[in-house]
Design a protein around this ligand. Structure first.
Ligand code: ACM
Length: 527
């Protein structure tokens, strides 16, 4: 019976392949469905070997995984996405699955050619998809590749039920950088849990593995701290432009951490200090180091606020804040901001950063800070995030620290595309879609050794945006290009080739109701 079913399915797939290759009746863009080398994958995988046939994904397909819970969860994630997108209800590890004629097997193995924990291999043949990875994170990245290989249109001409043809062949893949992040500023404008989740879910599709939340700034404090309740009772009630602001309860923050973790992404919390602290000082004036009367702030200036770096109360406060957040934040990192502290004396700034590093380490975390922190005597386990001062990144690297590259002129998602952009700023640059893609993180800072680069991150500051549509206008499509800069080595990146693959993200972006910017530099299909 099984042999018969197999033959039947092989015949159906073959017939569909012939018809699809000749006519493709429903597809607008006519790519041969069986040529893996033509697939519009972003980020581009390290190696693809086509075998010019296809796996027919249909309702008889089953998902099987290695027995551990984390691999089963990856299978469930795939099943959930296929249900939502294709209306296919595929069982995961169901007992009758063993006898199925078509399988997607997600398999743990220690023998892959590449040694990154996020490496994976995909072997796609007529009757099976075999995804092998060392870790569940690797399997999860491979699942994104598989999702991207599924065509928009099914071929339902010959098969008894709709069938989606996935091109056959072998993919071997692993990331160039271990850190591939995006940051969202939820302080200048507040974003709801659902809005943040939507952004995380889109980033996961492009293999991001870090989501950094800029949780506090002059205009608002956005995370409940139980031992200092006025931070949110008072400090969260404003935002740029005077809107109502908002904050996440610790339970909601945990929900976001878990949502990111389900996508094998870590969530890094940032509490920006000693500057960018007007909201905290408005809630608790005892923290203030300016000596001025503190009012709430709804404008967009920077550099006017500071904690009092010489007051014990400030460090007692910070010990509570870091302790409460560290307890609900599994990421090994804690980001202390440290940028633009123009109202803090230099000696006080250095003293402050060194004291806070001790607090962060005492609570079991590695400190991350914007490039200014390199002025202090930071430990080599601390990570510096370059945004505007290459010399400080070089100092930090000489000191043994790893560097996250977020140069404002290249990676700031809040920079306008051009003079007609509806949202965003342009103090660092206009960043059109091609400029965002056409640079090399490995050579961007002259003299910075490759081994010192942890990875790249694209920050999105929210002075000019306050909802998902505005966020997506600035983030997409540029965030898709940063995903490739983080994953694919520079020798394999090419704007002309990328541009064609980017156009073919349109069905995904449209079906997910993403308000991407239709840059004229991309030949989009008519809507
Ligand atoms: C920054 O843009 N102030 C890090």
């Amino acid at each position: 019976m099984k042999t018969f079913l197999f033959l039947k399915s092989a015949i159906i797939v073959s017939c569909i392949l012939v018809i699809a290759a000749c006519t493709s009746p429903k597809t607008k863009i006519n790519y041969p469905p069986t040529d893996l080398s033509n697939a519009a994958l972003i980020p581009k995988p390290i190696s693809m070997t086509p075998t010019h046939s296809a796996f027919g994904l249909d309702s008889t397909t089953v998902i099987l995984t290695s027995a551990t819970q984390d691999f089963e969860n990856v299978g469930q994630f795939l099943a959930k996405k296929l249900r939502a997108r294709l209306d296919l209800n595929l069982p995961v590890n169901a007992s009758e699955g063993e006898a199925a004629e078509r399988t997607i097997m997600i398999h743990q193995t220690d023998s892959l050619n590449m040694d990154s924990p996020e490496a994976y291999e995909l072997h796609i043949s007529n009757d099976s998809v075999l995804l092998s990875a060392r870790t569940a994170a690797g399997a999860f990245r491979g699942i994104q590749t598989l999702r991207q290989l599924i065509p928009e249109q099914s071929n339902d001409t010959l098969a008894p039920q709709p069938m989606w043809l996935i091109p056959s062949g072998k993919i071997e893949d692993a990331p160039n950088f271990t850190y591939r992040g995006a940051m969202l500023d939820v302080a200048r404008h507040f974003f709801t849990v659902e809005e943040v989740k939507k952004y995380i879910d889109l980033l996961a599709y492009y293999k991001y593995n870090v989501f950094h939340m800029h949780l506090t700034d002059d205009q608002g404090w956005r995370l409940e701290i139980k031992s200092w309740p006025k931070l949110t009772e008072i400090g969260a009630q404003t935002e740029v432009g005077g809107g109502p602001g908002g904050f996440y309860t610790q339970e909601e923050f945990k929900e976001l951490v878990a949502y990111a973790a389900e996508r094998h992404m870590q969530l890094i919390p940032e509490v920006d200090m000693p500057g960018h602290t007007n909201a905290a000082c408005f809630a608790y004036p005892i923290l203030d180091g300016t000596g001025k009367k503190i009012k709430n702030y709804t404008g967009t200036r920077v550099g006017f606020s500071t904690f009092d770096a010489r007051k014990d109360t400030v460090y007692a406060f910070l010990d509570d804040v870091v302790r409460e957040i560290a307890a609900i934040s599994p990421s090994p990192y804690f980001h202390i901001g440290g940028d633009e502290s123009h109202a803090t004396k230099k000696a006080d700034y250095i003293y402050f950063v060194e004291k806070v590093e001790e607090i962060v380490q005492r609570h079991g975390k590695r400190m991350v800070g914007w490039n200014e922190i390199a002025q202090a005597d930071i430990s080599s386990s601390t990570v510096a995030q370059l945004w505007n001062e290459p010399h400080n990144a070089l100092i930090a690297a000489e000191n043994g620290s790893k560097i996250i590259l977020s140069p404002a002129t290249k990676t700031y998602l809040d920079m306008q595309y051009d003079t007609r952009s509806k949202h965003g700023l342009h103090w660092a640059a206009y960043i059109p879609v091609d400029d965002a893609y056409n640079w090399d993180p490995e050579t961007f800072v002259e003299g910075l050794p490759r081994e010192s680069i942890l990875g790249i991150e694209a920050p999105l500051w929210s002075e000019t945006i306050s909802n998902s549509a505005e966020l997506e206008y600035l983030a997409f499509p540029r965030a898709i290009g940063y995903a490739e800069l983080g994953w694919t080595p520079s020798e394999q990146r090419n704007w002309e080739d990328y541009k064609k693959r980017l156009v073919r993200q349109q069905p995904f972006l449209d079906s997910n109701k993403v308000n991407y910017y239709r840059s004229e530099r991309i030949e989009w299909e008519a809507p």
